[in-house]
Design a binder for this molecule. Structure first.
Ligand SMILES: *[C@@H]1O[C@H](CO)[C@@H](O)[C@H](O)[C@H]1NC(C)=O
Ligand SMILES: *[C@@H]1O[C@H](CO)[C@@H](O)[C@H](O)[C@H]1NC(C)=O
Length: 170
């Protein structure tokens, strides 16, 4: 009896469906890897969500592929799979401060639209005047991802480099 009861429980659990979002997107998930940096140390780095506060993450980079956050894209919004049920959306953090570049964040409130994948690379949001990705050593003691905003004559610090982001399906 006990055996059958646990079988029934297993069946019920299976029917209840996956918890979180990972399993529904697993087939189309990808990692983001830097490419084309003029500084060697900033190439072949993977984007991961660095928890920076409640519902907030910075897009930080690691050479360790096991640390890479899986992402997926739907209708122009890029989501991070942090293995829970929140929609962690990618944003280039607003251009209200008229900055030449802005940090990329992964926040629980949804993210921007207008992202696309072209020739195997992630292109930033059309909601921003996107002018490419930038990687700089930053305050998490690791390289961090920024979006360049066009229309400004960006003076890029020598420790930073423009990069492209390769989309690598799992
Ligand atoms: C890479 O990351 C994984 C997962 O966090 C960890 O277990 C492993 O030790 C890391 N490898 C290196 C070389 O740091
Ligand atoms: C897709 O994105 C566009 C632009 O943000 C939005 O207007 C539309 O409602 C979205 N469609 C779906 C199915 O989410």
């Amino acid at each position: 009896m006990k055996f059958f009861a646990s079988l029934a429980l297993m069946a019920a659990t299976a029917l209840a469906g996956p918890i979180g979002v990972r399993s529904t997107h697993a087939t189309s998930e990808f990692k983001l890897k830097t490419h084309g940096a003029t500084i060697d140390a900033l190439n072949n780095l993977y984007v991961y969500a660095y928890h920076s506060g409640a519902g907030l993450n910075d897009a930080v980079l690691s050479s360790n592929a096991s640390e890479a956050t899986p992402f997926w894209i739907t209708n122009g919004t890029v989501y991070a799979d942090l293995e829970d049920s929140y929609s962690w959306g990618l944003s280039i953090n607003g251009d209200t401060d008229e900055a030449s570049w802005e940090p990329v964040v992964i926040d629980a409130d949804g993210g921007e639209s207008g992202y696309s994948i072209s020739h195997g690379k992630l292109i930033g949001s059309t909601e921003e005047e996107f002018d490419g990705w930038l990687v700089c050593p930053w305050y998490h003691n690791a390289p961090q991802l920024f979006g360049l905003v066009s229309g400004f004559d960006a003076v890029i610090p020598s420790s930073c480099s423009k990069v492209t982001l390769e989309v690598i399906y799992e």
